[in-house]
Design a protein around this ligand. Sequence first.
Ligand SMILES: [Zn+2]
Length: 314
Amino acid sequence: MKTAILNEKRIVNIIMLIIFTILLFQPSSYAQITDSFRFVFMTDIHVQPELKADEGFKQAIAKVNELLPDFVITGGDLIMDALGQSFERSTMLYDMYNEICNDFTMPVYNTIGNHEVFGLYEKSSISPDHPEYGKEMYKQRIGHGKTYYSFDHNGWHFIVLDAIGFTPERKYIGEIDSSQIVWLKDDLSKTDNATPIVVSTHIPFISVGEQMLKGGAAAFSPAAIIANSNDIIALFHEHNLKLVLQGHLHIVEDIHIAGVHYITGGAVSGKWWEGARDGFPEGFVVIDVNGDSFAWSYETYGWQAVAENESEKK
Ligand SMILES: [Zn+2]
């Protein structure tokens, strides 16, 4: 009897040891307890059938998949384009974008750009009464009913904004509208002051793009920058805003002000699929977060623009 009890104890001990060993050598599938992670910001994709843009986007996604980010944030201008085009052309591009996005092997969080807005330009001949007019097409086909939202990942808070405003003349401008500001205040009130925050916006908050391209006295047009950016930045005053990811300009810059990096993320499409834009090649931003800080790089993906190939033949 005594021997049997001892054997039972020994068996229990062995089982406990096995369980402990399994727990000790559990691989890094416990992602939530690691404090480093990678994500990608890809903006200004401008997918279209022309200039092999669809192939280019697929090539960019293949490179992203190799880099194994936890997720991807897109920065808007996903298609080319819905602003001044027919319903047929616009929905064909939305379908093309969604179809190609199936290649991603990780979650994708989309940001709306001006080119996703359906029928805004008068030349489109689309009536504002159309059921998918304006941002409705984006909401229904990409945004799951929304153009702005937030999510959390490994202790960081991500806010995806809609920076597209409309004028009475059916043009777009850079703007965060009043109802979104109400939502943003509420979202921030639920976010701990110490939580690192990343914002994604298509039209930039802050950029030196115009000065870089046109000289020091150049100013942005209302379509190229968010006019009420200071009001929005002020909302983050008590919070740990780390990074604002920006698109729209197809340039790469990192402006560091008061502890916040405003990174404009180049363009997957470069110069709208015609090669590099002012020296900035086709690419995307890779962000490696470590604890409370991050490092970033702009990665190209080896795309040769069709226009460049053709000019080489001449
Ligand atoms: Zn844009």
